[in-house]
Design a protein around this ligand. Structure first.
Ligand code: CA
Length: 388
């Protein structure tokens, strides 16, 4: 991914002045105590921050950011030796907002992709930061492109139309194969075509109302705990797969796929014992193998930064592997939670490389984790409903 020459700035640089540095120093200045050089190599001009003693000794540009806009950000970076992580930072009102990062290398250019939104309009300063103060940071082809929410939504519609929809031709004929004019045809969608799921706990067993609600909506599920090792071997040496088995059978009957990325929780207490063969049985049963060649993106949000989410998905998509968003949830005040959740789902659904999404919003009699979709009677909660 590291290129001999940087590409041209995306969107002609958007609101960045002199985005490709071809106009020398115009728009760019020193940040903190770096020394700033404007260099040229093979006809390409770029800017260099050197003599750095602090991570934030850098080069910067002042810009004005507006509330309500979604900004996509990109830049091409190089460091003077080895490799070093470089972060794009927007300083605004004494706050520091990260807009993306990349591991920059020497002798070639790496593209940083990111994005941001802000809560209040105002002046801001963009600069690049690296903990490694022994390297020079080289910067070129910077772009900051604002979009309105309407433009963003229109783009969603476009991608959804292109990647999620197809044309279908229907011909009504009689028994002799002759076309029937003015035939009335009705189409009913019985099932979601996109893999959309929800995490589930064992309380679904024996709860008919929950089962109906669940199987009507979701085509895929993940067990919250029931396949984790501490559940299947709660007492050391005594393996019990009854619950997990029953759940697997139930979902198989209803055509709901089970994904098992949480067999072993990432905690040393629950690590796999190499002699535990039953776990490998589950690995086979639920084709855990496919998840190994999939980008799983755990997706917990507070206030979602949608342009940043887009750039993170783009970066993952560059590997060519399908992407699944897992454990999707939003922790936010009730008046905005449903709206934020919808933004996240729309962004995921609109990304061509996202092949499925599983939310972390299963019902539990003791309350949901961070987000509920239904009440105890399995009526969908209102969009601004309370959450457990
Ligand atoms: Ca340039």
């Amino acid at each position: 991914m590291c290129q001999e020459n940087p590409y041209k700035p995306q969107y002609n640089g958007g609101i960045i002045v002199n985005p490709d540095l071809q106009n020398g120093s115009q728009g760019w200045s020193q940040f903190a105590n770096a020394k700033v050089d404007f260099r040229e190599f093979g006809g390409n001009k770029f800017v260099v921050a050197r003599g750095r003693n602090q991570s934030y000794d850098s080069v910067s540009q002042k810009i004005y950011l507006e509330k309500g806009l979604l900004y996509t950000f990109s830049a091409w970076l190089q460091v003077s030796k080895g490799k070093a992580p470089v972060i794009a930072v927007f300083k605004k009102n004494g706050e520091y907002k990260h807009a993306g990062s990349v591991i920059a290398e020497s002798k070639c250019w790496s593209m940083l992709k990111g994005g941001l939104t802000i809560d209040e309009s105002g002046p801001a300063e963009l600069y690049f930061e690296s903990e490694d103060t022994t390297v020079e940071i080289w910067v070129d082809s910077v772009s900051l492109q604002p979009f309105t929410q309407e433009e963003w939504n229109a783009h969603h519609e476009q991608t959804i139309h292109k990647t999620r929809k197809g044309a279908m031709r229907i011909r009504a004929v009689n028994s002799a194969g002759e076309p029937v004019p003015n035939a009335t045809i009705s189409i009913v969608q019985n099932r979601v075509g996109f893999s959309f799921g929800c995490e589930v706990e064992k309380n679904i067993l024996g709860n008919q109302a929950y089962q109906n609600w669940f199987t009507k909506r979701f085509t895929v599920t993940t067990f919250a705990n029931e396949m984790k090792w501490y559940s299947t071997e709660a007492v050391r040496g005594k393996e019990d797969y009854t619950t997990a088995d029953t759940m697997l059978r139930f979902f198989k009957q209803h055509g709901v796929a089970v994904r098992g990325h949480n067999i072993v929780w990432n905690d040393p207490k629950y690590q796999l014992n190499s002699s535990n063969s039953m776990v490998s049985l589950y690995v086979d049963t639920i084709s855990y193998g496919t998840t190994l060649s999939t980008n799983l993106v755990e997706s917990h949000f507070n206030t979602p930064n949608i342009p940043y989410m887009r750039s993170a998905l783009d970066t993952r998509a560059a590997t060519g592997l399908p992407i699944w968003l897992t454990e999707v949830d939003v922790q936010a005040p009730p008046n905005v939670q449903a709206n934020y959740f919808e933004q996240v789902l729309r962004e995921g659904h609109a990304h061509p490389q996202v092949k499925g999404m599983v939310t972390l919003s299963g019902y539990s009699p003791s309350g949901c984790y961070k987000m509920c979709l239904t009440d105890g009677n399995f009526r969908n909660l209102p969009r601004r409903g309370r959450c457990g």
